[in-house]
Write a protein that binds this ligand. Sequence first.
Ligand SMILES: Cc1ncc(COP(=O)(O)O)c(C=O)c1O
Length: 419
Amino acid sequence: MTVPGLIQFDEWQDTYALRVETMRSSAVRDLFAAASRSDIISLSGGMPDITGLPLREVGEVIARAVLEEGVAGLQYGDTTGRLKTKQVVCDLMRDFHVATSPEDVLVTTGAQQALDLIGKTFLNQGDVVITEGPTYLGALQAFSAYQPDIHTVPFDDEGIRTDLLEEELERLGRGGAKFIYTIPNFQNPGGVTMSLARRARLLELARRFDVLVVEDDPYGRLRFEGEPLPCLRSLDDEVVYLGTVSKVFAPGLRTGWVIAPHPILSKLKLVKQGTDLCGSALNQVIVERYFNETDWRTTLTGACERYRRRRDAMLEALAEFFPPEARWTRPEGGLFVWVTLPEYIDTPQMLSVALENGVTFVPGDGCYPAGSGKGRNSMRIAFCYEEPDKIREAVRRLSLVIEERMELCRAFIAAGQLR
Ligand SMILES: Cc1ncc(COP(=O)(O)O)c(C=O)c1O
């Protein structure tokens, strides 16, 4: 029996594998339950706004997927994915000037599965992985199952600090890291985009130090300002590229892909066989038909326009309400803003107070490897989900919580009880 509020004795605690001990629950997933309360304004989840999807058309696509494809969508399929789905992926990648053929593609159950497959394929306990710091907490979760040593390199407005990356690689020596995991476009959680010069430099360093690059690009098409930049894969065909339909169509279809050099792809395929045999064929048929049979580009343009308005509302509210000591990023696309507060503010502690005040955010520490002690004075706030007036109200509520914490901390500092 589960007694609310009590820590349950776990009679199996000596039975679990060591890797489970270091696993942490995702703060965002935990917040989902709270965020569904009607009085709460959520700035926490990275859920795309799919309210603009043409549901009648999507319904017809789904019906045709069954009526016209017969049982194909209801049967087991190829581990690497359906040929037609891979062809759609190749068409999508052509927009990014990546020339691929279906043999270069592995269809996965979302990009999240690709992260897990990469961890499983490459990482032994203690292997070094380099990521931006902060980085996508789902990637940290996926990799941490394989007990690597995750080193983070900070970013600035131009993306990962390649000068610091070079120092890190020099310390580790040639081949000292298994791979660099990066999100060059509208990074999660940072919202920043890597400049062209930094992209070129990162690839140069990866070559020099013999490190694989894993490029995760769920947000590349969500640009609402400025000019698109070439993806790393278009600059270097040894890059492992992860894509997904989650932010351009629907996350519920759990369809993503990996583009990688053939030897890597065949290992990933082997690993995927043991994981789920194959992805959902039905979902793949729906994805194929959605991209081939609907005006998805217009639908996506509409979503980006909504994101732009919400980003504007968030930046305006931050400038109006947040204390002058706060700093934040200014994304040209994607879903997130990263806020840095004075060092003495502890955002994980602040979360419960924020919830009481009807607003949620993601505390920054979850976006760093467990135990690193980093990110505690920062937070990720998402502008994707709420309407502009609600975003403004949420930022106002958050600013009151921050002001209160700051006053409290200043009083402690004045009394010599906090440094
Ligand atoms: C950077 C990044 N990678 C991967 C994923 C997972 O995407 P998918 O829904 O395709 O599993 C997300 C989801 O938010 C993400 O932000």
